[in-house]
Each structure stands twice: as structure tokens, then as C-alpha cells.
Design a protein around this ligand. Structure first.
Ligand code: ZN
Ligand code: CU
Length: 484
């Protein structure tokens, strides 16, 4: 009797996520799992797809997102990720997480990047996890707990200072609770004004909660410019002192005087991995994006406004042009645009490429879904790495590119049975055309879907088809860290 599966994808180029070379073969799905791989000519599927010439890979894992609120807004909200082949997002980055937090008023920037006052409705992580169970998202969600969110609560909104020992103990308690309810790690954004006031000791005192849970420490470092090496040292120390694996978010060297220093940064990380667990992610663009901060503005740094509450019509325009039109200097213009978000052109392409090419870099978009004219990384990151950096430039092989989006990331974050094509693993899958896959989102047209992503499955359910968009399926789950 012929074996019948729910789905068979035939004659694909299977790239398994481990970095190993592609091989031709079939793959069968039964329920939410990969049921078989190899030559399945003797089996049949309820649905069969002829995939000749196309790549079948594990669904991509977005190592760095601010999708905490977006995952709860329905499948349409996740078109930006599903259209890139992303099936799992890591939320709660840069010290900003929607849970657990009790916000009694509008949170200070950059916390508002994930949503205004009404979005902050999860006093405990259990509430957030319950919401994900009741209204499953279209993609899997893996959540970090943000230091800034904990600070606002423990310090009663008075966060422009170091926490007292008592407040730090309160944050540690809240972090412990959240980790026991399905949170997977702790993130900081020490570069941001409200967190700059937190000394290393405060971070360590809170991060102590990670020790018993084997949680991950993930950080937007204190300084990605002149002090980038000191910041790497601080990160490594926090990891060592708390017995935690660390992930450096969006590794970069910003501002012209630091261009080229990615070589030193990577060398230091290569040295450190001999003694402790260190990972890092990167997005494939020489511009960053975050809240607009007037004290970080200067006339010779190109800044593009991505959203402004009082002046939504300025989204997409350059700050210097707005300032000229208003007859004020750029700092004053920035102040008038607040609350606002912006794109900063402050990196060198050579550093971006050096970090992308490093065997340990994972791919994370760092996209900000709430922006009107977002950085194109929100819609373009993954196909850009596959199409531009791997195929067009040959910076890395296609298999290496896939590994940075799947197996490597699943390993660093401890996502069991994901990021791999293997019998018994979850059927998070992406089928794409290696000859045509490419990003189309640009700084002037940032919300356009990738080309060449043919179909995407989340836990065995078809979630996106090219030309048709999201299917409306909501098969995503809360994924938690299984420490090695
Ligand atoms: Zn960040
Ligand atoms: Cu971020």
C-alpha cells in the first residue's frame, strides 16, 4: 500500500540549514512535522508540489525583531516577514518588550517603538503567552524580556538614573517570573538614553535571574561607535559573571572615525568564543533605524524620517531638507518632529560585508513595523542576503546564507527541532527560486514584498504564497529556549 502524507514537495534542492551542500530530493509533511526526506517516489501526498529547480529550506528565523505587538495583529501584519520566508521571530530586543510591564502612562522613547499606551496590556509574561495561545500569530514567536520595560515598572517611570539595589532586586524577581512563564532570555539597550544610566553592576544584578534558567543575554550594546570594543568587553563580562550565553545585537561600527573597526571587533569575538558562548546578528544595510533622538543629530549625518506623530507628512524625507524648509537647524527640526523615528546612514558597506561574511553572524532584520516609512530591512532583509549578497556578489554561498537564517540561529537561541530539515523536526519551510529571489524594498519604497519566495509553511500549514499573499493561517506558537 502506498504511504499517504499530507504534503509532498518533490524534486527540490534541499538545503537543510546546517551549512551542508544542497541535494536533490523529496520532502513529506504529516501534521506539523517533517515526516520523511529523500526519494519518496513510492509515496503519495494529499497535496503534491513539483519543485524542480527550487530550493526547499527550513523557514527562516528572524534573530532580531520588534514584532512584540505586530504578531498579535493578525496574519496581514506579518506579511512583511512571511513574504521573506520568515517563520519564527525573536521579539523583545534592545531592552524593549511588551511583557511584563504595567504602563500607567505613555512609555518613554524608544519603548514606544513597539506600540503606544494601549499596546501595553500584559502585566505578566503569562498574560502575553496566554494571548499568543488564544490568538495564535501567523509566525512562531520566541520572546526576550526587556530591561527597559522592567526598569519603567520597577522604578515607577523615573528611569534617568541608576536603579537602587532594591529596584534591581525587583527587576530580577520579575525576570525570574517571566522566564518561568515562557520568556527565553533578557535583553538590554544600553545605548538608549533611559538605559545609559544603568551601570554594568545593575545589569548583572538583574541578569543573575538567567543563571537558573539557562537564559540568554542579548544586548544592543552601550556604544557601537568609538567605544565598541569596550562595549564588547562589557557584554562578555555580563555573560561570564552570570554564566550566560550572550548575543550581540546588530553588530556594527558606526560613524566615519570607526569605519573598518569590524575587523578588531570580530577578532575579539573569535578570541572570546574559545572561553564562553557568544553569538551576534547583523542586518544587510549600511543604515540603522530607531527613535529620532535630537541629541544624536548632526548636520553631516544623513537622517531620513520614518515616522513623526505631529508631522506624519514628513515620513520619508531627509531631516536636513525639513530643517531647511522650516528655516531652523536640524536639532530644532528633530525636536519639532517628536515623537518620531528615523533612519541613520552611519555605517560603511565594507563593515557590513565583513560582518555578514563571518561564519558566526546570524541574520536579524531589526525592522520596526510601527513606522510609516520603515527602513527597508523590515521587508527586505532575508531575500537581500540570499539574492544580493550570496547570488549577485558571491560574498557567501547560498548554503551559508541559509545557515545564518536557520540552523545557526536555532542553535544559538536553543530552538529545538527548528531551523533544520530533518525527519521529526517541525515543518517550518520555505520554497524559493534561487535564480530570482531578491528584495525589492528600498529607502524610498520600503513596503514591497520580495520576489522569488514561492511558498511558506509554519508548523506544516501553508501561510504565504507568492502572488496571493498570506493565506490567513495562524499556525504560529510560542517557542521557548531549550538550553544545551
Ligand atoms: Zn537595537
Ligand atoms: Cu532592535
Amino acid at each position: 500500500m502506498t504511504r499517504r502524507y499530507d504534503l509532498i514537495i518533490r524534486d527540490a534542492l534541499l538545503i537543510d540549514g546546517s551549512g551542508a551542500g544542497a541535494r536533490r530530493g523529496d520532502l513529506a509533511v504529516e501534521g506539523d512535522r517533517i515526516a520523511a526526506l529523500g526519494d519518496l517516489s513510492a509515496a503519495a501526498g494529499e497535496r503534491e508540489i513539483q519543485a524542480a529547480g527550487r530550493v526547499l529550506a527550513p523557514g527562516f528565523i528572524d534573530a532580531h525583531t520588534h514584532d512584540d505587538h505586530a504578531v498579535l495583529c493578525g496574519p496581514e501584519c506579518m506579511t512583511c516577514k512571511l513574504s521573506q520566508g520568515v517563520t519564527t521571530v525573536v521579539t523583545g530586543n534592545c531592552g524593549i518588550s511588551l511583557a511584563p510591564a504595567r504602563m500607567t502612562k505613555r512609555p518613554p522613547a524608544p519603548l514606544d517603538l513597539v506600540g503606544g499606551t494601549e499596546a501595553w496590556a500584559y502585566p505578566s509574561f503569562a498574560d502575553y503567552a496566554e494571548r499568543l495561545r488564544r490568538n495564535p500569530p501567523a509566525v512562531n514567536t520566541y520572546a526576550l524580556i526587556g530591561h527597559m520595560s522592567l526598569r519603567v515598572e520597577a522604578m515607577d517611570h523615573d528611569i534617568e538614573r541608576p536603579a537602587t539595589d532594591k529596584e534591581a532586586a525587583r527587576m530580577k524577581e520579575r525576570l525570574t517570573e517571566a522566564l518561568s512563564q515562557g520568556g527565553s532570555g533578557f535583553s538590554t539597550g544600553l545605548w538608549y538614553p533611559p538605559s545609559r544610566h544603568a551601570p554594568t553592576d545593575e545589569v548583572i544584578a538583574v541578569a543573575e535571574a538567567l543563571r537558573d534558567h539557562g537564559g540568554l543575554y542579548v544586548t544592543h550594546m552601550r556604544d557601537e561607535g568609538d567605544g565598541v570594543l569596550d562595549s564588547i568587553e562589557e557584554t562578555l563580562k555580563i555573560g561570564r559573571d552570570t554564566g550566560s550565553a550572550v548575543v550581540i545585537s546588530h553588530l556594527k561600527c558606526m560613524l566615519p572615525q570607526n569605519f573598518g573597526r569590524s575587523a578588531e571587533a570580530l577578532a575579539r569575538i573569535d578570541e572570546a568564543v574559545k572561553a564562553q558562548k557568544v553569538g551576534f546578528d547583523v542586518y544587510p544595510y549600511p543604515a540603522g533605524s530607531t527613535a529620532l533622538m535630537p541629541d544624536r543629530v548632526s548636520a553631516n549625518l544623513p537622517i531620513q524620517i520614518s515616522s513623526s506623530e505631529p508631522h506624519p507628512e514628513m515620513a520619508g524625507r531627509m531631516l536636513n531638507d525639513i530643517a531647511a524648509e522650516w528655516g531652523v537647524d536640524p536639532v530644532e527640526a528633530a525636536k519639532r518632529l517628536l515623537p518620531a523615528a528615523a533612519i541613520y546612514f552611519f555605517m560603511h558597506e565594507d563593515d557590513v560585508r565583513r560582518i555578514l561574511a563571518h561564519p558566526r553572524s546570524m541574520i536579524g532584520s531589526d525592522g520596526i513595523p510601527s513606522n510609516d516609512m520603515p527602513h527597508p530591512r523590515l521587508w527586505g532583509t532575508f531575500p537581500r542576503v540570499l539574492g544580493h549578497y550570496a547570488r549577485e556578489l558571491g560574498l557567501i554561498t547560498l548554503e551559508q546564507a541559509v545557515h545564518k537564517m536557520t540552523g545557526l540561529t536555532a542553535g544559538v537561541f536553543g530552538m529545538k527541532d527548528r531551523g533544520v530539515l530533518r525527519e521529526g523536526a517541525f515543518a517550518d519551510l520555505v520554497l524559493f527560486d534561487p535564480e530570482t529571489v531578491i528584495d525589492t524594498a528600498t529607502f524610498t519604497m520600503p513596503k514591497t514584498p520580495a520576489k522569488g519566495i514561492v511558498e511558506v509553511w509554519v508548523n506544516g500549514v501553508s501561510a504565504y504564497r507568492e502572488g496571493e499573499g498570506v493565506t490567513g493561517a495562524s499556525a504560529g506558537r510560542l517557542v521557548t529556549r531549550q538550553a544545551a
